[in-house]
Design a protein around this ligand. Structure first.
Ligand code: Z5A
Length: 214
């Protein structure tokens, strides 16, 4: 509680990057580090994080029928996010908790808006309507060369979902879109080299969050 007796708003950190960049691993390590400092932490993910959004996740990653047209896909991501923001993220922030989210709206901007060709204006308009334009306090963008991430994913050996299974050109366009989003907003994004041991990457992330840490 602040001196005025008001609960301070928590911090909202989103992890972004291509598949296999280490977002889940680094989200877990960050949560452990914050809890060790006595901070309350919620770890969540997109698409998903609430029962409604997890139901939409299944529709997106294992689509029934012939797959979603790009506009429907963007609407489903925005609908899942609206539920997640309303039922989990905003309440946790209002309680003064730190929210660590594996992907958020910048994934929609990079995948559906950039690689999918819908454009940034359409995605930000959906986000303004669905989630009142909520932005993370900082986006941690994990970046690495395509070949290095490919080796990681091959070692993990999991089956690709409907979006992971798209061609290499699509994933290259996603990486380029993330780069331009970060270049356009250098104080909102921290670009982190995702290569090295998980502990080495974690150290870089803590340094990139130093100004937000109590
Ligand atoms: N998507 C979208 O299109 N639009 C949106 O708005 C949103 C999402 C929100 C979600 O899939 C898909 O939805 C995703 C984008 C799209 N598709 N793609 N591509 P997901 O959540 O199931 O998948 P993901 O976000 O791509 O996560 P991932 O593949 O699990 O990757 P990750 O979380 O970044 O990595 P990880 O699980 O922490 O690590 C991957 C492997 O590497 C694992 O075996 C680790 O043990 C290993 N690892 C991690 N760190 C290291 C280091 N430092 N060294 C070596 N090995 C490591």
């Amino acid at each position: 509680m602040s001196a005025a007796g008001q609960q301070a708003r928590g911090r909202f950190i989103a992890f972004e990057g291509g598949e296999g960049a280490g977002k889940s691993t680094q989200g877990r390590l960050l949560a452990e580090a914050l809890r060790a400092r006595g901070l309350p932490v919620v770890v969540t993910r997109e698409p998903g994080g609430t029962p409604g959004a997890e139901a939409i996740r299944s529709l997106l990653l294992d689509p029934p029928g012939e797959g979603w047209p790009p506009e429907a896909e963007a609407l489903l991501f925005a609908a899942a996010r609206a539920d997640h923001v309303a039922h989990l993220i905003r309440p946790a922030l209002a309680r003064g908790e730190w929210v660590i989210c594996d992907r958020f709206v910048d994934s929609s901007r990079a995948y559906q808006g950039g690689a999918g060709g819908l454009g940034d204006a359409a995605i930000t308009a959906l986000h303004a309507f669905g989630s009142a334009g909520l932005r993370p306090d900082r986006v941690i963008l994990l970046e690495a060369a395509e070949a290095a991430l490919g080796e990681r994913l091959a070692a993990r050996g999991a089956e690709a979902d409907a979006i992971e299974g798209r061609p290499a050109d699509y994933h290259r366009a996603v990486a380029a879109a993330f780069r331009s989003l970060a270049e356009a907003d250098p104080s909102g994004f921290a670009r982190i080299d995702a290569l090295g041991t998980p502990e080495a990457v974690h150290t870089r992330i803590i340094a990139a969050l130093a100004d937000l840490l109590p």
